[in-house]
Ligand binder design. Structure first.
Ligand code: PBG
Length: 333
């Protein structure tokens, strides 16, 4: 610890700078702004909206609803949205081939959003097979094991159809080895050198993803199955840095840590070590916890949400994917 010339109390009074609001604002180190927010959206191939019991306040949006919601995001200045599909059960297969259908729900949604809003907002798409597979795993399964290299071939095709549709940032969330480099090559080879890659680099095998799996309808398919053979174990720290180093070497433009609040130590280490654009995902389970407590009147929703997001900034994140993005943007505006 730094040695201060001045001695302790009464020479030093820590409360002096905390006395007035102007002074607290003046000394504040971290700030949350609308520019820090990425809003994840769930889309479905019907009209109207469907609520998700474990994500109160977050609906699956029908094709007639998406642009209206995106317009709200554009109006608040949210820089980017992330689109996730609740794929019809009849389209889910063992080989998840709907993922590479250039006319799938995600591609149609991206094309529509880009047509209406152009570069007023960035669009991010997940690359992983779980919303399309009948088994709910992120990759192809052989003999009960998610096979790496053949999965990566499919992920490259998935990235290409998304880029074709107009996606600005490809976000591989699958945790297969070597996928960032292969996807970069595939994008460049098809003329998409300008499409960014935001790698879910340090993604943990977490129980906090439960409500998301309800929203995309993969929880039943996964049937208690685990993703521990590809996502990181919650005990690991150095391994997260190793993953980030590899993804950067393979061409990632930015990296993500996920989940968020339970992994702020990882956010800080990644930012300090690599000094690259670093994002954190305040995942569905974190949203559900805060919402449930607020619904019971046990927590002040607005205050807790702002505090939780400021914590990401303090830990070094450049931005946060959060289901609270729109309400926070409206509050900050
Ligand atoms: C898909 C994916 C998941 C999330 C984002 N992309 C779920 C998972 O890995 O099982 C979770 C996001 C959230 O919980 O909000 N691979």
């Amino acid at each position: 610890m730094t040695q201060f010339a001045r001695g302790p109390f009464p020479g030093t009074r820590m409360r002096r700078t905390r006395t007035h609001d102007w002074s607290r604002r003046l000394v504040s180190e971290s700030m949350l702004s609308v520019d820090d927010l990425i809003w994840p959206l769930f889309v479905m191939d019907q009209t109207g909206r469907q609520s998700v019991a474990s994500l109160p306040g977050v609906d699956r949006l029908g094709t007639d609803q998406v642009c209206h919601e995106v317009e709200r995001a554009v109006n608040t200045g949210i820089p980017a949205i992330a689109i996730f599909p609740a794929t019809d059960a009849s389209l889910k297969t063992e080989d998840a081939k709907e993922a590479i259908n250039a006319n799938n729900l995600v591609c149609r949604t991206v094309a529509e959003v880009k047509k209406q809003f152009g570069n007023s907002i960035g669009v991010i798409c997940d690359v992983a097979l779980d919303p399309y597979s009948s088994h709910g795993q992120d990759g192809l399964v052989r003999d009960g094991y998610v096979i790496n290299d053949e999965t990566v071939d499919v992920l490259c095709q998935q990235a290409i159809v998304q880029a074709q549709a107009g996606c600005d940032i490809i976000a591989p969330s699958d945790m297969m080895d070597g996928r960032i480099g292969r996807i970069r090559e595939a994008l460049d080879g098809s003329g998409y050198e300008q499409v960014q890659i935001m790698s879910y680099a340090a993604k943990y095998a977490s129980a906090f993803y439960g409500p998301f799996r309800d929203a995309v309808g993969s929880s039943g398919n996964l049937a208690g199955g685990s993703k521990a053979t590809y996502q990181q174990s919650p005990s690991q720290t150095d391994e997260a840095l190793h993953e980030v180093a590899l993804d950067l070497a393979e061409g990632a433009d930015s990296v993500m840590v996920k989940p968020g609040m339970p992994y702020l130590d990882i956010v800080r280490r990644v930012k300090d070590t690599f000094a690259v654009p670093t994002f954190a995902y305040q995942v569905s389970g974190e949203y559900a916890m805060i919402s449930a407590a607020a619904q019971n009147g046990w927590l002040d929703r607005d205050k807790v949400v702002l505090e939780s997001l400021l914590a990401f900034k303090r830990a070094g994140a450049d931005g946060v994917l959060t289901y609270f993005a729109l309400e926070v943007a409206e509050q900050l505006g």
